[in-house]
Design a protein around this ligand. Structure first.
Ligand SMILES: Cc1cc2nc3c(=O)[nH]c(=O)nc-3n(C[C@H](O)[C@H](O)[C@H](O)COP(=O)(O)O)c2cc1C
Length: 367
């Protein structure tokens, strides 16, 4: 039997990847303002990283009210579509592939971002207890959000569908639905953040309903073979808790099988960044969900991987591809460095969020 390595090509749905080294979505907050528009600087950044088998863009708000961090590029205006075209053509010129990550912050936002200064929306009027960076150097507490009326949920689905259409116009190869890390879709899935009594709350089938309806809408635009979805089953940040984590995610992953998605993308418990993470390790590792994923849908695993660990996971068939976040921030040529087993640049946390070229497009390539 042929053994796969990180350098074995991969058919990810309808998209052919030249290797299995994926650039994880990483918010960098460097859009052109006003208007949250991607521009040449962002195109340069993504072009530098185009040797990844697949780039997944930074979280990209599907609507003005989906923003939760300053200077995020959006996917809800014609100017943003034109800006993203600079990015997608730069990546394609370098023979890379790029998906856009469809994002809605939900309650992880602040009135400062909201149309008419309204409260952010959420499944229920429960605060995350988190903070929202509203401007460089300015953090504000996320307020108690406003619970969506049942009749308003169709608008949220429509926002995702419209954004999926705009992503297509902008030249992406596909889209990833962001259902991880405590944002709107994970808020719906969590029985602590979601205490609704309508058909979008209560049992797991109801809590998963919005994710499934959004997936159906996005698949109607793109076809499942160009759609992925991301989950972080062990996430316990920003007020997120689940009474039955494995059962909840097992349900939604099984239900997603009917859409024949390109991939499911799972964040490993070891990067959940919380005290509980260790106790979840055994049950919530991505490999435990792999047997639930049917058909040709692939599994991308992410979080704290070394080159050796990623190689081992792909070789053993525990994952089909591995995504790296922080290492891709600091190493535009991560693929070449892995191929040569070369040393890696160290990432600088201070320049992760916001700013300009520094800590963004100035990390050195191998000499
Ligand atoms: C600066 C930064 C920004 C991030 N932004 C996003 C994001 O926009 N969407 C997302 O799903 N995850 C985001 N993440 C999480 C990463 O995709 C990834 O899960 C995390 O960095 C762990 O992987 P790693 O150990 O390879 O870095 C971000 C992480 C970092 C460090």
């Amino acid at each position: 039997m042929k053994t796969n390595t990180l350098f074995t090509p991969l058919e990810l749905g309808a998209v052919s990847l030249r290797n299995r080294i994926v650039m994880a979505p990483t918010t960098r907050m460097r859009a052109k303002m006003p208007g949250n528009i991607p521009w040449e600087l962002n195109a340069t950044y993504y072009r530098q990283r185009a040797s990844a088998g697949l780039i997944i863009s930074e979280a990209t708000p599907v609507a003005p009210r989906g923003h939760g961090y300053f200077h995020m590029p959006g996917i809800h205006s014609p100017e943003q579509v034109e800006g993203w075209k600079l990015v997608t053509s730069a990546v394609h010129e370098a023979a890379g592939k790029i998906f856009l990550q469809l994002f809605h912050a939900g309650r992880m936002s602040h009135n400062d971002f909201q149309p008419n200064g309204e409260r952010p929306i959420a499944p229920s009027a429960l605060s995350s207890g988190g903070q929202s960076p509203v401007a460089p150097g300015v953090m504000k507490n996320c307020p108690v959000p406003r619970a969506l009326e049942t009749s308003e949920i169709a608008d949220v689905i429509e926002e995702h569908k419209r954004a999926a259409e705009l992503a297509k116009l902008a030249g992406f190869d596909g889209v990833e639905i962001h259902a991880a890390n405590g944002y709107l879709l994970e808020q719906f899935l969590s029985d602590h953040a979601n205490v609704r009594t309508d058909k979008y709350g209560g049992n797991v089938a109801n809590r998963a309903r919005l994710i499934l309806e959004i997936t159906e809408a996005v698949v109607s635009v793109w076809h499942g073979s160009r759609v992925g979805i991301r989950f972080s089953p062990a996430n316990a940040g920003d007020g997120i808790a689940h009474t039955d984590r494995f059962g909840t995610y097992a349900h939604v992953i099984r239900e997603l099988n009917r859409f024949e998605l390109a991939y499911v993308h799972l964040v490993e418990p070891r990067v959940a960044g919380n005290a509980e993470a260790a106790q979840f390790d055994a049950a919530l590792n991505s490999r435990n969900f792999k047997p639930l994923i049917a058909g040709g849908t692939k599994l991308i695993s992410n979080g704290g991987y070394t080159l050796a660990g990623g190689t081992e996971a792909v070789r053993g068939g525990e994952a089909d591809a591995i995504a790296w976040g922080r290492q891709f921030i600091a190493n535009p040529d991560l693929v070449e460095r892995f191929a040569k087993n070369a040393p890696l640049n160290r990432y600088d946390r201070a320049t992760f969020y916001g700013g300009s070229e520094k800590g963004y497009t100035d990390y050195p390539f191998l000499a």
